[in-house]
Design a protein. Structure first.
Length: 165
């Protein structure tokens, strides 16, 4: 094979790789979460886009407007139209845009850590731990996991020893 043929082949291979990447090989926000060992259900359905700096872990996820719902009547969650923070393996830190209602107060969830088969949610002064089983399905804005009056998760399971909220 001549040097010209090898060069042409390499250029075509590079061009094909560039076109394939531009044609939609970008993972979804849910796939990115899975790549960092998080279940997809920590984000509601309807993420319209995201930005991620893979070197620092800084991210932004975008919803088509704000989103709120209740989970089994126990917890009310609210997502702003933009959620941001830093992601690394099994850890979300400096979160902004997600809050939970505790008694009569809305508290910002500032950190989520995956510890084995649990997710620990921190509001700064307190934290609560929930089984991963609760997050395999994405909740839907307005109705959470109980859309069409059909519950998809029978009971929100938590670890009461770690739960403060």
């Amino acid at each position: 094979m001549s040097l010209t043929a090898i060069t042409t082949f390499l250029l075509l291979l590079l061009l094909h790789s560039s076109l394939t990447a531009a044609a939609g090989d970008t993972p979804t926000a849910y796939e990115v979460l899975a790549g960092y060992n998080f279940p997809v259900g920590i984000l509601p359905k309807g993420v319209t886009g995201y930005e991620l700096d893979r070197t620092t872990g800084k991210f932004r996820a975008y919803l088509n407007g704000s989103c709120s719902f209740s989970l089994q009547g126990s917890y009310q969650l609210k997502y702003k139209s933009t959620i941001s923070g830093y992601i690394s393996d099994r850890k979300l830190t400096n979160l902004s845009g997600v809050s939970v209602k505790v008694l009569f107060l809305w508290l910002n969830i500032v950190e989520v850590v995956r510890a084995e088969n649990d997710l620990q949610f921190s509001v700064g002064i307190a934290s609560a731990s929930f089984s991963l089983d609760n997050f395999y399905v994405c909740p839907q804005c307005g109705c959470g996991l109980d859309c069409n009056n059909v519950a998809q998760v029978s009971k929100l399971r938590s670890n009461p020893l770690l739960s403060s909220i």
